[in-house]
Write a protein that binds this ligand. Structure first.
Ligand code: F6R
Length: 608
């Protein structure tokens, strides 16, 4: 969702900003633009569609300078168009603004500005920001931005330049991500780390309601009251290559193949040699755990699906009731959250506004908040009592893959940690799960060798337009995730349902134009799944089965089968989701879809 990049320094800004914007493409966007301070004026160019379209109109070497702000827009107010694209400027032309987020009270401010003679060119809330700052500007950009921001309700990260003060960029954030990069010959603002990783690894994560003043030599940060604040420089140690495709056709397939490493890294160091678990970032004591009577897991999309599997794992291992909720629903119902509740937020980006707001609601009600997050220093991480990081590395493809499997690993680790501290887990059972977890990276690498076979099955079905995913127990959550992967990147109407629920209505849709992907990965539920598969084939639907290697019997009941390496039933979700990710990938590839940047989707969803 919208990306911001700004640079001020000794170097030419255009190339640096455009390069940064390209690295934020994964967030999803429909238009792009750049404002550059040139000879005491602000020159703006913007274009609908891909950044390449913008590049076609900014080739002139004279269109460059040492200060620039750029933007990729994901439309909220007004259609995708060059006019609505950012940057927007004030009527005087002296102020230019890029913005990520939504200003909820923009209409009220627009009417007020119109009343005083301001003329608007676009339908966007961002132009209101530019015009308001323009109307308040009196030679000091920092002061004008602070005055304007005091009027806004909503979520925003804003970058601003003024032609009368070409030696500075002012930026501010509330509930939308903003980081500052400290470069060798200048400084950057950006929505995310990958945008500036090539230029610097030293960053400040800006907090809500903080304003930043950047010049080429220094960065000053101010709190809500305008007092200067100091931040620790955070050093990012990601490998630059992990934010690049590294020979793969798409980030998604690269990230699918990175899962053994992501799982290994997430486990490694948390699992001690003696089998005990050390959860860095989590300070829950035995007493705290005994005080917990209920757990809520709240998240969106893929992270929510990790929560559904998490419920099975935690209830089975820790024996505390768990509710899983969709973040956008959680805060609008009367949830039974109190000081005996552990609230677990799961989020790859740590910036999803629905999840963030649900977390705040739970905190208000007295819950202890533990988050499972991939992006270090993100908002969800900073607002939680305890943070447990997934070590998936940067996830660039819009469709989440390696973040999901590492989120699952965290569910197992949290469950084992809580159960061992509560003292209600049998040592032999504990060891069985820990040893099983340690074997997962190797088993997954073996499973990934079957990619070409899964690709062949995808070739057979890519033209189908009705695909169901069914399973029981933990496989229900994995089915939801398989269906979501297929929907979002191939645009096929895919649907997931608990296998036992089919006969209560949905089986009416089965016919010989239907493909059903049946997950039968748990020994304990295998026979029941075979019965469900028979119900489906009796209605002439076609079935692709997913089972453990030792359950080859499934081959007699299905047209196509994929086997995952044997493991204990509790751990199958870590393996079974991967063939579904690969299937979705190859189906989308056969259909010629834009796999890493599916239509209408954004990587980081910072609006409600
Ligand atoms: C699907 C996908 C989304 C995200 C959801 C939550 O592949 O990526 O469904 O899982 O938007 O995002 P995070 O985890 O960043 O909170």
């Amino acid at each position: 969702m919208c990306g911001i990049v700004g640079y001020i320094g000794e170097s030419k800004a255009k190339g640096l900003v455009i390069d940064g914007l390209k690295r934020l493409e994964y967030r999803g966007y429909d238009s792009a633009g750049i404002a550059i301070c040139i000879d005491g004026k602000i020159e703006i160019k913007k274009e609908k569609g891909k950044i390449e379209n913008l590049e076609k109109i900014i080739g002139d070497p004279a269109f460059d300078g040492n200060v620039a702000i750029g933007h990729t827009r994901w439309a909220t107010h007004g259609v995708p168009s060059a006019t609505n694209a950012h940057p927007h400027r004030s009527m005087s032309g002296k102020i230019a603004v890029v913005h990520n987020g939504i200003i909820e009270n923009y209409e009220e401010i627009r009417e007020e500005l119109k009343g005083s003679g301001v003329k608007f060119l676009s339908e966007t809330d961002t132009e209101v920001i530019a015009q308001l700052i323009g109307s308040l500007y009196d030679g000091d950009l920092l002061v004008a931005v602070r005055k304007a921001v005091a009027r806004f309700r909503g979520a925003y990260a804003i970058g601003v330049v003024a032609s009368d003060e070409p030696d500075r960029i002012v930026a501010v954030r509330k509930d939308a991500p903003l980081i500052v990069g400290l470069g060798k010959d200048g400084n950057f603002i950006s929505s995310d780390v990958p945008a500036i990783l090539k230029q610097t690894r030293d960053v400040y994560f800006i907090n809500n309601d903080e304003t930043v003043l950047l010049t080429k030599d220094e960065v000053k940060i101010f709190d809500d009251d305008g007092n200067p604040v100091t931040h620790q420089v955070q050093h990012i140690d990601w490998d630059v290559n992990s934010a690049e495709k590294g020979g793969y056709d798409h980030f998604m397939i690269k990230e699918i193949n990175e899962q053994p490493k992501g799982i290994y890294d997430t486990l490694h160091q948390r699992l001690q040699d003696d089998g005990s678990i050390k959860l860095d970032g989590i300070s829950l004591t035995k007493e705290d755990i005994e005080n917990i009577s209920k757990i809520y897991i709240v998240a969106c999309g893929t992270a929510y699906h990790a929560g559904i599997v998490g419920k099975y794992i935690i209830e089975k291992i820790v024996k505390i009731p768990v509710e899983v909720d969709i973040a956008s629903e959680f805060r609008y119902r009367d949830s039974f959250v109190d000081e005996h509740t552990l609230f677990i937020a799961i989020s790859q980006s740590g910036e999803t506004l629905d999840t963030l707001e649900a977390l705040r609601e739970a905190k208000r009600k007295g819950a202890r908040v533990l988050s499972v997050v991939n992006v270090v220093g993100s908002s969800v991480a900073r607002e939680s009592d305890d943070v447990f990081y997934t070590w998936a590395g940067p996830e660039i493809a819009v469709a989440s893959t390696k973040a999901y499997t590492t989120q699952l690993v965290c569910m197992y680790l949290i469950a084992l940690y809580m159960a061992s501290h509560k003292g209600n887990i049998d040592k032999a059972y504990y060891d069985k799960i820990v040893n099983g977890l340690k074997e997962i990276p190797d088993k997954l690498s073996r499973l990934l060798e079957k990619q070409a076979d899964i690709g062949k099955i995808a070739k057979k079905y890519y033209g189908w337009d009705k695909i169901f995913f069914v399973g029981r127990g933990q496989d229900v959550g994995v089915s939801y995730e398989g269906a979501l992967k297929l929907k979002e990147i191939s645009y096929i109407n895919a649907y997931a349902i608990a296998a036992g629920e089919l006969k209560h209505g949905t089986i009416a849709l089965m016919d010989d134009h239907t493909l059903v992907i049946a997950l039968a990965t748990q020994d304990g539920l295998f026979e029941k799944m075979i019965s469900n598969i028979e119900e489906i084939t009796a209605r002439e639907a076609h079935v692709m089965g997913l089972a453990k290697e030792s359950n080859t019997k499934i081959g007699k009941f299905v047209e196509d089968e994929i086997y995952i390496p044997d493991c204990i039933d509790e751990l199958t979700p870590l393996l079974s989701v991967v063939p579904l990710q690969i299937f979705a990938y190859y189906v989308a590839k056969e259909r010629g879809c834009d796999i890493d940047k599916p239509k209408n989707l954004a990587k980081s969803v910072t609006v409600e």
